[in-house]
Design a protein around this ligand. Structure first.
Ligand code: MRU
Length: 364
């Protein structure tokens, strides 16, 4: 993605990449206040970065997981294949035990592990598995660009587009899913405006999507989540595009909490509701949305907010709720397939009936 430097020049930078045995990533916990690269030196560091959301978004955590396995291969004992295997399996457990909802994490880790061949020596496995992790990252960039190309045709000149959370380059290695068609429409000189839902409690919309759109001067406006119905009912929104963390075989879709509400608003007000996602987000093993595990995150994301203190420009956490009021924090919800107009993938646009079309698209 293009990132504006302090001198106002722009630079192409990926959300994460591997350098030697380090995994480098944009520290998303510090955006939009500070642009900093975090270095994960070990697979344990990478697992922590996924869990505490230094890196976040389904596509980005998938690649981080794959890189984590690559890091484990580098530190694994090489004296025999069994001790190599034991070390890598331990890393698999640690990395998979970070965030449960986005299937890309499991998909990408399993893809690297599928390259493991116990009849080969550890050094050979190490090389093959690191190559596979890097290939996954490269493919993620290509699929993001293709999602952009396939989805751009759905955006008319003058469109007012609503999005939720951050399904941008920051949620992948580059390009993004929901933001890829938007990015391309803007680069193709279409006049558009993006309504960015704040996305409480962690405010990925207000903090990250706004930051990403600013890097390319894409016109946007941040609105409270609670104002979505107001704008949609006044016919001020032409379409909604969101990303996904896991799409079941029947098209039911897990995405950031609040997505379900938006989908119903879209249906009620007759506007298209698009889900942009790479094929690696489809999970045919999960038959419907009820079977998707929903991550429950810490209460403190509700009871406190992080922000920049105006008086000393320090990033601080402040309490916003009474001390004795409990809170609950489901991180995702399920949007039933019936509310989804079209899936935008790197291969094609998938239209209903999803039970049939999803299977067909993934098979061919
Ligand atoms: O909790 P997060 O910030 O990882 O959640 C991210 C989202 O819900 C995105 O919308 C989703 O990952 C789709 S984009 C890859």
């Amino acid at each position: 993605m293009l990132v504006k430097l302090p001198n106002n020049e722009t630079k192409e930078i990926l959300t994460l990449w591997m350098e030697g045995s380090d995994v480098k990533m944009i520290n998303q916990k510090l955006l939009p206040y500070k642009f900093e690269i975090y270095t994960a030196k070990t697979y344990q560091d990478t697992a922590k970065a996924i869990k505490n959301m230094t890196v976040r978004g389904a596509g980005a955590i998938g690649v981080a997981g794959a890189y984590g396995i690559a890091q484990a291969c580098l530190t694994a004992p090489k004296k025999d294949i069994n001790s190599f295997l034991k070390h890598v399996k331990k890393a698999e457990k640690t990395l998979k035990n970070t965030r449960p909802t986005a299937v890309n994490l499991f998909h990408d880790i399993d893809r690297v592990l599928a390259k493991l061949n116990i009849s080969l020596p550890p050094e050979k496995n190490e090389k093959i598995m690191i190559e596979e992790a890097k290939k996954i990252a490269e493919e993620s960039i290509i699929s993001g660009k293709k999602i952009g190309e396939n989805g751009e045709s759905l955006i008319k000149n003058g469109a007012k587009i609503m999005t939720h959370c951050n399904a941008g380059a920051l949620a992948f290695v580059d390009w993004g899913s929901a933001l890829a068609p938007i990015r391309l429409a803007h680069r193709n000189k279409k006049s558009i405006i993006v309504y960015v839902n704040e996305t409480r409690p962690r405010s990925q919309g207000a903090k990250l999507t706004s930051w990403e759109l600013l890097q390319e001067d894409i016109p946007h406006i941040i609105i409270p989540d609670t104002a979505a119905g107001y704008y949609i009912s006044r016919k001020e929104i032409d379409l909604i595009i969101i990303g996904a963390d896991r799409i079941a075989a029947n098209g039911d879709t897990a995405n950031k909490i609040g997505t379900y509400t938006l989908a119903i608003l879209a249906k009620e007000n007759n506007i298209p509701f698009y889900v942009a996602a790479p094929l690696s987000t489809f999970d045919l093993k999960t038959t419907n949305g009820k079977a998707i595990p929903i991550e429950q995150r810490s209460e403190t994301e509700i009871t406190h907010i992080w922000g920049l203190l105006e008086k000393n420009k320090k990033i601080e956490k402040i309490r916003i709720t009474p001390k004795n009021s409990p809170a609950k924090n489901p991180a995702f919800d399920i949007t039933p397939a019936k509310y989804i107009t079209t899936f935008i993938t790197e291969k094609t646009l998938i239209n209903p009936p999803f039970e049939k079309t999803i299977k067909e698209t993934l098979k061919n």
